[in-house]
Design a binder for this molecule. Sequence first.
Ligand SMILES: [Fe+2]
Ligand SMILES: [Fe+2]
Length: 255
Amino acid sequence: MRILYLGDIVGEKTLDVLKANLDTIKRENRINLVLVNGENVSGGKGLTQKHYKILKELGVAGISMGNHTFSKSEIKEYINDATIVRPANIPCNIGKKVLYINYNDKKIALVNMMGRVYQNTPLDDPFKTMDELLKEIKADYIIVDFHGDATSEKKAFFYEFSGKVDAIVGSHTHTQTADEEVYNNTCFISDMGMCGAYNSILGDDIDDVIRRFRTGVFEKLSVSNDSLYKINGVILDLGEKNQITRVNLKIEGRK
Ligand SMILES: [Fe+2]
Ligand SMILES: [Fe+2]
């Protein structure tokens, strides 16, 4: 089974780029299923129901999130019925800890986990949380989106759970790493990167971010308006012998 997993989608304009290009990307790469990280779709933070519906129209089978899961508070109203998985180690009772996706006769379990290094939000231990989830998950394939800053934490999680899940793909830094590998038949990459404005700072407007660093004044950041886009992610080829390939496309969008 060939799965396209896209890194953090930043800004709703990126949805237009996906609308215009996703079918071609899927066809050219013989993709069966599309998964995305959707924590930055709506204005750069969170996911509104309107944008969730657009992702579904695009044929996205599963959406993982991160530290911005609840940035748009309306998500609390629809997340329980949506094909969204939220970080399992956020200590709340809203949303799914595991999203099951059926494809032909196969069942995929999608898990989202947050790293604790450099994150100043209350989180349960991702290792213990994964131990517990593995006791209850019943699926043909298990995929984990590990949302965190530190490559060391991501790599430690990878070695600890290699052989027990099929893929551990990183998100959150918005910067694609070149360390994809397979160990004990588990695919890994520290970070899939992002889908959003090419000339930007992690998807946000360059001037806004520079101003923040130069002045220390934390004004609201806006999503970059650049018309060139990068589409980052990975292709997971899951079967007897799991494989991972990086995706890094440069696409001209509309102003
Ligand atoms: Fe993000
Ligand atoms: Fe994040």
